[in-house]
Write a protein that binds this ligand. Structure first.
Ligand code: ADP
Ligand code: MG
Ligand code: MG
Length: 246
C-alpha cells in the first residue's frame, strides 16, 4: 500500500523529516506515536501533497504509483485520505455540498458517473447514523461553529463517504469524550478490510485498545526510532518516551 524509503522533508528550509522509513501492507493498521514536534503531522501533510512540504530525498510508493509524481487531487483520486489534526472551517460551503464535490471529483478521476443529490443523500444518511452525527450539521458550513468533537466526527464522515484505500488519521482522538471516542473507533473498525490500510497518529493508548493496530511506531526528530506491536503502546502509556529518547 505504502512504501517510504529514506525520506527527508524540509519546511521553510528546515529539515523536519529525517531519513524516515515505513512499509504498510494492505489491511494493516499502523499507529504512530511520539512527542509533540517530532514530525507526525509533517509526515501526514507531506503524504497528502502540501506544496510547502519539500521532499529533498527518498522515495514514496503508493500502490503502483510514485506518490511524489501525483498532485494532491490525484492522490485523493487514487484513494489517499487525510483527516486533519486541526480540521479547516470553510464558511459558505455546506457540508453536504462539500461531500458531494469531494466524492464526485474522485468519481470523475476514476471515470465514473457523478452521484446525483438523491444517491448522495442516501449514502450520507447511511453513514451519519453510524457516526451519530446530527443531520443539522450537514446543512451548515463545513466545520464552522462545530465543537471539537463534531469536527473530528466530520473528518470521519468524510472518510466513511469517500471509502479511501489509505486512511491517515492525525490525532483523530484528541479532545474527544469517551462516547465520541467509541464511535470513531467503531467506525474505523467497520471500515477496516483486507484492502484498506490506516495510519493512526495518536498520543493515547485508549483508541488503540479498540482498533488493535498491528504495528506501533515511535517518531522522534523526524525518524521512526522504535517499532513494535501493540504492547509497545502499553509500555509508552506506562513509561512515557524518555527511556526511548535517551
Ligand atoms: P507533531 O505533529 O509530531 O507534533 P509537527 O509535524 O507538527 O509535529 O512539527 C514538527 C516540526 O516541524 C515542529 O518543529 C514544527 O514547528 C515544524 N513545522 C511543521 N510545519 C511547519 C510549517 N508549516 N512551517 C514551519 N515549521 C513547521
Ligand atoms: Mg502535535
Ligand atoms: Mg501533529
Amino acid at each position: 500500500m505504502l512504501s517510504i524509503q529514506n525520506l527527508n522533508v524540509e519546511v521553510e528550509n528546515k529539515l523536519i523529516i529525517n531519513r524516515l522509513n515505513l512499509e504498510i501492507k494492505p489491511g494493516e493498521i499502523h499507529a504512530i506515536m511520539g512527542p509533540n514536534g517530532s514530525g507526525k503531522s509533517t509526515l501526514s501533510t507531506t503524504l497528502a501533497g502540501h506544496k510547502d512540504y519539500h521532499v529533498t530525498a527518498g522515495t514514496i510508493r503508493f500502490k503502483e504509483h510514485n506518490l511524489l509524481m501525483l498532485n494532491p487531487e490525484e492522490r485523493a483520486g487514487e484513494g489517499l485520505f487525510l483527516a486533519f489534526q486541526y480540521p479547516v472551517e470553510i464558511p459558505g460551503i455546506s457540508n453536504t455540498l462539500f461531500l458531494q464535490t469531494a466524492i464526485n471529483s474522485i468519481r470523475k478521476y476514476r471515470k465514473l458517473e457523478p452521484l446525483d443529490s438523491w444517491d448522495l443523500i442516501d449514502l450520507i444518511n447511511q453513514k451519519i447514523n453510524r457516526l451519530n452525527i446530527s443531520d443539522k450539521l450537514l446543512k451548515r458550513s463545513v466545520n464552522v461553529g462545530f465543537s471539537g468533537g463534531e469536527k473530528k466526527r466530520n473528518e470521519i464522515l468524510q472518510m466513511a463517504v469517500l471509502e479511501p484505500d489509505l486512511c491517515i488519521l492525525d490525532e483523530i482522538d484528541s479532545g474527544l469524550d469517551i462516547d465520541a471516542l467509541k464511535i470513531i473507533a467503531r467506525c474505523i473498525t467497520l471500515l477496516r478490510n483486507a484492502n484498506r490500510s490506516f495510519i493512526v497518529i495518536t498520543h493515547y493508548q485508549r483508541i488503540l485498545d479498540d482498533i488493535q493496530p498491528e504495528y506501533v511506531h515511535v517518531m522522534h526528530h523526524g525518524s521512526i526510532i522504535k517499532s513494535g506491536n501493540f504492547s509497545l503502546a502499553k509500555q509508552l502509556e506506562e513509561q512515557g518516551y524518555d527511556w526511548l529518547i535517551k
